[in-house]
Design a protein around this ligand. Sequence first.
Ligand code: GAL
Length: 313
Amino acid sequence: MKKLLAFALALVMVLSMASFATAEGLNIGVCIYKFDDNFMTLYRTELESYLTGMGHTVTVVDGKNDQAEQTNQINSFIAQGVDVMIVNLVQSTAAATVIDLAAAADIPVVFINREPTADDLAIWEKVCYVGADARQSGTMQGQIVLNTENKGDINGNGKVDYVMIIGDPENVDAQYRTEYSVKALTDAGLEVNELFAQRGDWDQAKGQELAATALAQFGNEIDVIFCNNDAMALGAVQAIRDAGRVVGEDIYLLGVDALAEAVELVNAGEMTGTVLNDHVGQAHTAADVAVKVAAGEIPEKNYTVDYVMVTGK
Ligand code: GAL
């Protein structure tokens, strides 16, 4: 009986220690594809402060847009024996390699922002993805155009002539936003005409350069400039001003993310609209899921946070 009691006591102690370890004091490694990205900067800042606020130790590293560098960082988190990793891949195609490394060390991984394929996520039970469904953001960009008085055909030639400034053609967010923004228009029965489509790597300076090139080449033929994100749209705003064009009067401009600067421009009429990419919701979900998987819970494969349309006041 005594022995049983001692055993029960020991069990209670072990269990309470285990739950203490999961409640706080986790060691969490966070890999960001590159620090020099407006949206991911907001995201990582929120992620870090939310996790440290819960009492965890967080190390955030900059992959510098180099997958080899990020894989080294993952190896060093594994060598340090972190409890869980939160990973914004440089290249989604590296997911399988990362999962194999993590599984061998039994360290769970929560992928964020850049979605691995379902096949990759199926490799190991302790991996999952937290993100938003980029199809939704593309569709919303298209809907904002449909809601304009001329349904996007601002030059009145009977079709929507558009410019597409792409984030990165290998990235699912970029692929879906590119496809679904236009699909919303064709699904509504509109005729569309792609004048120009080039990659701007999610970057403001590149967005400006590409918009300037398109405006110089196609002038008043352009009805709509779609940008896969706000950073590039902020660049396009400058190019539109420089070209003497006026958003809402002779051209439309769309972004995604709802960066504070972009929302101000939407309210001022210098952007037609954007779509909120909820970095706070995604950061909190990723953090909460990471804490649970570190405690041994088997996660779902996908956690999705909704986008929200943002148009002028
Ligand atoms: C997207 C975001 C972009 C960029 C990209 C990086 O979700 O909208 O602005 O940050 O992620 O992967």
